[in-house]
Design a protein around this ligand. Structure first.
Ligand code: ZN
Length: 182
């Protein structure tokens, strides 16, 4: 395998995506700006090794990142396709297992989340507990009834940390009054 070859990864999401290829090395992470970033921050060049890491393969399978395969050497492209096949198979098997065992509970589990709406003090979030269906955690920001009208202003930041995936919600728009206070 040639050393030092870089491949281009593009963020397809309307929010920031953070990728930590190796969970045991959290200082080594990549941050992708939202798709279409005017400064080109939605594309990062990574080593072929990083591109084939489980975190990266997972982000690609979830349609979060897109790999520009024409920037890869043939040998690595082949190894990568193999990784993708294995990951896809594992996911399908896991999903089939889930469907067999916890199908009924999976979509109805309710979990408590802290409201991410603006709190009474600047820089603090509301924090009121909001019941959210577990299956809907990635669909919308947790917001209490007082802040539910702000839902369109929150964009997700998906964090791929090794094989663990978390979603954080960042407010993308602020009112004029809030801007003045900052
Ligand atoms: Zn709230």
């Amino acid at each position: 395998m040639p050393v030092g070859q870089l491949v281009a990864l593009r963020n397809k999401k309307n929010g920031v995506t953070v990728l930590t290829p190796d969970r045991s090395d959290p200082r080594n992470y990549l941050e992708f700006q939202a798709a279409g970033d005017p400064g080109g921050g939605d594309v990062q060049y990574v080593s072929e090794e990083s591109a084939a890491s489980p975190a990266c393969v997972k982000a690609i399978l979830h349609d979060v990142l897109e790999l520009e395969t024409d920037t890869m050497s043939p040998a690595v492209a082949q190894a990568f396709q193999q990784q993708m096949r294995v990951a896809k198979q594992q996911r399908e098997q896991a999903e089939a297992q889930v469907a067999l065992t916890i199908e009924r509970t999976e979509n109805t589990d309710i979990v408590g989340q802290d409201c991410v709406g603006p709190g009474d003090r600047p820089g603090k979030s509301c924090g009121a507990s909001v019941p959210v269906r577990e299956a809907a955690l990635k669909d919308a920001a947790p917001l209490c009834p007082r802040h539910s009208a702000l839902t369109a202003e929150y964009v997700p930041t998906v964090d791929y940390n090794g094989d663990k995936q978390t979603t954080r919600w960042i407010r993308s728009r602020m009112t004029e009054r809030e801007r003045e206070q900052v």
